[in-house]
Design a protein around this ligand. Sequence first.
Ligand code: PMV
Length: 320
Amino acid sequence: MTTATARAFPNIALVKYWGKQDEDLILPVAGSLSLTLDAFPTTTTVALDAGARSDAFALNGAEASSDATRRVTRFLDRVRELAGSEARAVVTSTNEAPTGAGLASSASGFAALATAAAAAYGLDLDRRDLSRLARRGSGSASRSLVDGLAVWHAGDDAHSYAEGVSGPDMRMVIVTVDTAQKAVSSRAAMRRSALTSPFFPAWISSTEESLAAMLEACAADDFTRVGRITETHALRMHAVIQSCDPPIRYLAPTSVAVFDAVAALRDQGLEAYATADAGPNVAVIVRPDQAEDLRDALQGFGSVRLVGAGAGAQLVAPDS
Ligand code: PMV
């Protein structure tokens, strides 16, 4: 096959990935755990173009920036190395989430790209190896190869991949408070956190503890424990980010207001827990039978969308 199309969904981490042990291989300082969503997909077609001298990348119908194209080329270089090919490619991608606003578009983007590129270049990779490959584009993308709840293992290149875990059934309400591109990329902010936050060593050890506790809570099907770990861990990540020099703050006043509203709803018996990635938007987990009440309660903070657990990246017919 020299042309392939894949679709992938973003994921939202309940135990966050924040910091790299190896920047080239994208090996994380600790493991993480996420929920792959059933909304905001990225669909990407990779078509080999034997005569071309460089790769081309179009995102949402327009030529992508040179930075974005370079990132795609770097990723395809890895695929070409594995495939023993020198062919350049035309990459066409559409993204249903606002790019760069903390809704993990890089996760769905590189999961879809890895899946489509592997097929177009004729690589026969299983899901584990596709997860390892997607990781090289963006760490969180390793988790979007997996359906529903996914744990991404820390470790060396061979062992750092994501795989499925079972856990409580849940829904998520995504509150989009701002769709602007973030001022500091997560890549740069992770590096600054590791270099300048005095809390970074504690962040690594506490993430290991949170992940172990989260895996236990998932195995026990304990939504309350999953939720408590999720919210505490998210605020710890933002504490580390805010403690950089110079500081970075991703949470907007409205984001904080959503965390407060969620805490108030819990007091009233609506059991929900908030998290936020490297941006101002907030994702709130809830039991399925309270999901619609939560969505209604959070209208007014931004645009709200109720989502569930979705599928890992898959090849699709070109125009589906
Ligand atoms: O994969 P990246 O480089 O976009 O990093 C994403 C990091 C967070 O979204 C903030 C946390 C996570 O685990 O997804």
